[in-house]
Design a protein around this ligand. Sequence first.
Ligand SMILES: Cc1cc2nc3c(=O)[nH]c(=O)nc-3n(C[C@H](O)[C@H](O)[C@H](O)COP(=O)(O)OP(=O)(O)OC[C@H]3O[C@@H](n4cnc5c(N)ncnc54)[C@H](O)[C@@H]3O)c2cc1C
Ligand code: SF4
Length: 517
Amino acid sequence: METYDVIIIGTGAGGGTLARHLAPSGKKILLLERGDWLPREPQNWLSQNVFVENRYVSEDTWYDEKGKPFQPQIHYFVGGATKLYGAALYRLRAEDFGELAHHDGISPAWPISYDELEPYYTQAEQLYQVHGARGEDPTEPPSSAPYPHPAVSHEPRIQQLSDQLAAAGYHPFHAPCGILLNEANMAYSTCVRCANCDGFPCPVHAKADAEVLGVRPALEHANVTLLRNAKAVRLETNESGTAVTDVVVEHNGGTENFAGNVVVVACGAANTARLLLASANDKHPNGLANGSDQVGRNFMFHDSVAVLALSREENPTVYQKTLGLNDFYFGSDDFEFPLGNIQMVGKSQAPMFHGEKPGETKLAPEWTLERVARHAIDFWLSTEDLPRTENRVSVDRDGKLTLSYAETNAEAKKQLYEKLHSILGKLDLNPGHLFHRFAYMKNEIPVAGCAHQAGTCRFGADPGTSVLDVDCKAHELDNLYVVDTSIFPSIGAVNPALTAMANSLRVGDRLLERLAA
Ligand SMILES: Cc1cc2nc3c(=O)[nH]c(=O)nc-3n(C[C@H](O)[C@H](O)[C@H](O)COP(=O)(O)OP(=O)(O)OC[C@H]3O[C@@H](n4cnc5c(N)ncnc54)[C@H](O)[C@@H]3O)c2cc1C
Ligand code: SF4
């Protein structure tokens, strides 16, 4: 059996970014991805297929703590969840790296400071071609370089919203967007600025995702191999349990072993924990790297809520995700704890409403679904979820995955909603017409909506309370690393992908030093 210098398991934000960073080293690198290429097909852009029929959602069944099965909103493709993501590429705030008091408890500090990650945020913004404008968002952390691309312009209705927010004393800003858009020369722009971006795959490969900007550039190097439809099911160690020797993979209907000198797991928070837990052996009876009993614990996702406000006038916006508001990120005049981030979400479309009659809601019957969609301005509110040891992924002998979860910071989430509600009257929006969008979409978000999952293998200086060391190497194994969102000790209230990408680049530098030694 040939031995690879590095095996990377998973090709999403964490794994795909690392692959690109390591590729020029010339080292023999194997990428293992359980999914296939996401097919480029007309259905990519059809909301009926994507949102109603869940065409690109995995068929996995997971279980909640009461044993109730659910289908997690998870995506197995080359590029991972970034194939479907909204590409809002935010940095965590500098304060998120320290300890922060929240309504429901403490958001713990990271073992590295914002300053240590800052150069990698800058690199990640360049790699993922982020468009944005510095200096507009008062909570923005310091940066060593401007955004590599100009902010995506607001369409008229969103510009009007921005102007009204500013006039009311708030600080709206141009949201950081990872799309390959060239507004100055649309004839040469890869992105066509369409309405079907957030939650949809991009068939013209104009989204800054980990397939287009991570895996494909990595594969231009002859030393990098990608094995698709290759699901890692177990990691084997040497007899003393100090190093991973092989990755056991289900592929082509059989099982194959691949040997690596360094093994990096980047399967996404739940699946990374599952792989380590399923790799228990005599030397690691509770799961690989799990002497601290922290593998699978501290599962977080964002306490998010999508809401639509009905504008008195129509909202003809096509690409809506251009505005953000962090005025309540750290609290408000009447609430001393952090509330979170407000941003726009992809414009709602009638087919997304699953055919529910508007009369089922508080709306008057003359509001048809099409009319609701035409007048909707759609917001996405995210409040930080806190790590609780009881919120965890566990796996039984048959590989059945249970996700036990109880919500945190519900009061802060409610307060953030109230804040948005209270400012609508100032925005020519009808305050009586603010609705939870999932009431329409019949999407019971709780645990199934795990798009922003994080935190199951946190990194830290203390082997007693963390799984990984500061370089994201397992405390207990010499050659096992993790680079996806599972490393997060806390999640902040902004979208997580850019932080996973930046951290991959940071860990990638440590790996390059190790490989060169
Ligand atoms: C609809 C949607 C919208 C989102 N919008 C945003 C946004 O606007 N901004 C933002 O920052 N974030 C957004 N996110 C979240 C973002 O996509 C994730 O935080 C990010 O992709 C996580 O990166 P990761 O490397 O941890 O996992 P992933 O990107 O999910 O990658 C994990 C990879 O591992 C593979 N894998 C899993 N198990 C195995 C196995 N056993 N063997 C081999 N391969 C395996 C998977 O197929 C996948 O390719 C969104 C997510 C979704 C679903
Ligand atoms: S807005 Fe651009 S990146 Fe997004 S799906 Fe449309 S073409 Fe693709």
